[in-house]
Design a protein around this ligand. Structure first.
Ligand SMILES: C[S@@+](CC[C@H](N)C(=O)[O-])C[C@H]1O[C@@H](n2cnc3c(N)ncnc32)[C@H](O)[C@@H]1O
Length: 246
């Protein structure tokens, strides 16, 4: 089940305004160019920011996400008509005719939503099936060693925004449990227009470099490189894996 954060229409509608700095996507755009990718699948595309950036660079793009409310936001963005939006998880991809993508991406720590190994392994298998021979999978995940959850407090995460047509919205995150490798937190949203308070519960899975490397190998990928995320040095690992032929 997808977190309310992404699936509840009122919350999906404020996702971009509350997290407007998407300089994290610059590294992914650069990697897409570096790899010479023209056909890209963005898995867990959410509100579609990265898919639209790719389409603006004349890439042929499929954006897939199970959250209908987030896709609705995505479809309204400038340039969204050039993207093929699919509601579902990665297992919906192999059914698309002749996808044969050069590159599959998972930005924004999508890889951490897969709390059990089965869901993660199925996702990797489906992504592999959507790639051409020699196609790439590029994604990030927070390094468990940096213990990012220690900063998931009201003090460190409080934000607010004045959103046209919606009004002032405040939000913050609070850690609810650490049962490593699972970490749970609650995100609160307060809407000034009607005083509504909405809460979303999330659990993320932290996998270390070796665990990710093993899962990629089992799924039929060859891990080529692990990079630091330039905008979050030391906090996240960006994996670049290539589809291996068996
Ligand atoms: C933190 S958001 C990141 C969204 C987007 N990639 C970005 O960078 O803004 C995580 C996304 O993962 C999606 N998601 C949840 N479960 C998923 C699954 N099983 N397969 C693919 N995406 C999933 C959510 O709906 C949400 O849009």
């Amino acid at each position: 089940m997808v977190d309310a954060l992404f699936a509840e229409p009122r919350l999906a509608a404020v996702y971009d305004a509350l997290d407007p700095d998407r300089s994290d996507l610059d590294a992914y755009l650069a990697i897409a160019e570096e790899l010479g990718a023209t056909r890209v699948v963005d898995v867990g595309c959410g509100t579609g920011t990265f898919a639209c950036l790719l389409a603006a660079r004349d890439k042929s793009v499929v954006g897939v996400d199970p959250a209908a409310a987030s896709l609705k936001v995505a479809r309204r963005k400038p340039g969204a008509d050039a993207v093929h939006w699919v509601r579902g998880d990665a297992t919906a991809l192999p059914a698309l005719p002749a996808l044969r993508a050069d590159l599959a991406t998972m930005t924004g720590n999508v890889a951490q939503v897969f709390v059990d190994d089965r869901g993660w392994d199925e996702t990797l298998a489906a992504v592999r099936a959507s790639l051409r021979a020699g196609g790439w999978l590029v994604f990030e995940t927070r390094d468990p060693g940096s213990q990012a959850w220690r900063h998931w407090t009201h003090e460190h995460t409080y934000r607010h925004a004045e959103i046209p047509g919606i009004g002032r919205v405040e939000t913050w995150v609070e850690l609810t449990s650490v049962a490593f490798p699972l970490v749970s937190f609650q995100t609160t949203f307060v809407f000034a227009s009607d005083g509504a308070t909405l809460r979303s519960q999330s659990t993320l899975r932290f996998r270390d470099r070796n665990e990710i490397a093993g899962s990629l190998e089992r799924a039929g990928f060859r891990l080529e490189e692990v990079r630091d995320a330039p905008d979050r040095p030391g906090l996240e690992m960006v994996f670049l894996a290539v589809r291996a032929e068996r």
